[in-house]
Design a protein around this ligand. Structure first.
Ligand SMILES: *Cc1c(COP(=O)(O)O)cnc(C)c1O
Length: 494
């Protein structure tokens, strides 16, 4: 079956997967959606004996139908290799009565690696297929993890450049060091004086600036996006939910067809949407539990039907979820209108005009598989401490939010279905907050001293990704105001 893509706002349709990946965002500002969500066509029993790479092929071939088998398998083999510190790629840890799906074993120790290890390969393959002769410029806004993972993926990939914008005071020290020490002549990092939403809105504006794009095209450049709105990021994320289910089967934790729940610490709504796609493909998932931090826009949305970004933006101990505009939610909105692009477009116009919109009761019904809640910073820290003290498992502050919300879910609903918690970062990436959670205030302690302490108390090795930045020289010093993003891009590209 041939899958093509259309914009959630109706402006483009009949786009091939490779074109959608190259373009990133649709011309009308919408997101690309497949004309249909394909059904998994392998038996669960068969899946349970497959490697991660084999599973990836079975899932991705259904969405990326204009890639040949050879192209896709080559992309997969190059992405999921020894960059990951375990052959399992995404191991499942049973802790208490939950299963933590560890998505942080790639080169930047956060779940963004799961998709950003493969996106550069999908994109350069797409460029070849579509006879693109321009240099591809990846423009990306990051709340901390995407930027590093995208640069690691694109560094020194011929025919590409990458420019990353991050909120200057909105990322962890390790995240900042990871980005500012990034190697590769085609990489560039800019700290902006604003928050993540400012960065994301600024990048979207550049994408929609026709004049600027024409100017750059004349100089041989073409923009693309590595943000989680790119379908080339969403599709690889579906894989690990299928893989996790197969692993539960293989380990005889569940029986064939048994329904599981999934908890996802959510920011831009990409990861949890991938889980929803897996469900729509036929994977037996019951509830999709959407975990937020104090920026609890999504919790309010699922409880009331009103999405309202007019509120104070909070900096929390889970910075990769400090977001008030969850871009990928637009895809769920679109689906819940029955793929009515006009209806979706009207709601998105309302969002940009007044910062809020309300969905219809029928749309809410269509989203009934989602259950939202949030964890405050105190609840998050207490959960990290509880799980570490009682079960010896140390998790990061994003996974902590998910874990705390899962406890609330069980308490509120009594639902005892087996549950997979997406574990999105290594605790070493957020060492300060994690050490405070388990050992009290760590005022004034040096980051790497904390990392060594963490290694000692948790009896785990410091990941290679952290060892590398201990001594690496700073290579990037750019900074700009939100209004200066366009000038900065022009300057970088000469
Ligand atoms: C990006 C990120 C999230 C949020 O994922 P979304 O797909 O944006 O919802 C959660 N945790 C970590 C560690 C992340 O890097």
């Amino acid at each position: 079956m041939n899958i093509v893509y259309q914009s959630t706002r109706g402006g483009q349709s009949g786009i091939t997967a490779s074109q959608a990946i190259l373009q990133g965002l649709a011309e009308d500002g919408g997101l690309f959606m497949p004309n249909e969500i394909p059904k998994l066509d392998v038996e669960p029993e068969k899946l349970s004996s497959m490697t991660y790479q084999e599973t990836a092929y079975e899932v991705m071939k259904l969405f990326l139908t204009d890639y040949t088998e050879e192209e896709l398998k080559t992309c997969i083999a190059r992405a999921y290799d020894s960059k990951f510190d375990t052959e399992e790629i995404a191991p499942l840890a049973k802790v208490g009565d939950a299963y933590y799906l560890e998505l942080f074993h790639g080169s930047t120790i956060a779940f963004k690696d799961m998709a950003l290890s493969i996106l550069p390969h999908l994109m350069t393959t797409a460029a070849k297929k579509n006879h693109v002769d321009k240099e591809i410029v990846i423009l990306t806004a990051t709340s901390g993890d995407t930027g590093k993972a995208a640069m690691a993926g694109f560094a020194d990939v011929p025919g590409t450049r990458i420019i990353v914008f991050y909120p200057k005071d909105g990322v962890s020290r390790i995240q900042e060091l990871q980005m500012r020490t990034q190697k590769g002549d085609n990489t560039c990092v800019v700290a902006i004086h604003g928050n993540f939403d400012d960065a994301q809105t600024g990048v979207k504006k550049l994408f929609n600036d026709r004049e600027f794009k024409e100017e750059l095209a004349a100089k041989g450049f073409q923009f693309s996006s590595a943000n989680s709105i790119n379908i080339g990021r969403l599709v690889p994320q579906v894989v690990y939910y299928v893989y996790a289910y197969a692993k539960l089967l293989a380990n005889e934790e569940i029986s064939a067809g048994e329904t599981i729940n999934v908890v996802v610490p959510t920011g831009n709504f990409g990861n949890i949407l991938a889980a929803y796609f897996a469900k729509r493909m036929g994977l037996p998932i019951g509830k999709l539990i959407c975990a937020s931090n104090d920026n609890k826009v999504l919790y309010d949305f699922f409880r009331t039907g009103t999405y309202d970004r007019n509120r104070e933006f909070m900096l929390t101990s889970s910075p990769s979820m400090d977001i008030l505009i969850s871009s990928n939610l637009e895809r769920l909105i679109y689906l819940s209108t029955g793929c009515d692009a006009e209806a979706n477009k009207a709601l998105m116009a309302e969002l940009s005009r007044k910062g809020s919109y309300t969905v219809t009761p029928k749309m809410r019904e269509a989203m009934a598989d989602f259950w939202g809640n949030f964890a405050s910073q105190e609840e998050n820290a207490a959960e990290i401490k509880r799980v570490f003290t009682d079960m010896g498992y140390l998790m990061d502050t994003h996974t902590g939010v998910a874990s705390a919300v899962y406890q609330k879910y069980v308490k509120e609903t009594g639902d005892k279905a087996k549950t997979v918690i997406a574990s999105t970062a290594s605790p070493y990436k957020f060492s300060h907050s994690v050490m405070e959670a388990i050992a009290g205030p760590q005022e004034g302690k040096e980051e790497f001293a904390l990392i060594d302490e963490m290694s000692a108390v948790s009896r785990t090795d410091v990941p290679k990704a952290v060892e590398e930045i201990r001594t690496a020289p700073i290579r990037h010093n750019r900074e700009c105001d939100v209004e200066g993003m366009k000038a900065e891009v022009a300057d970088i590209l000469g």
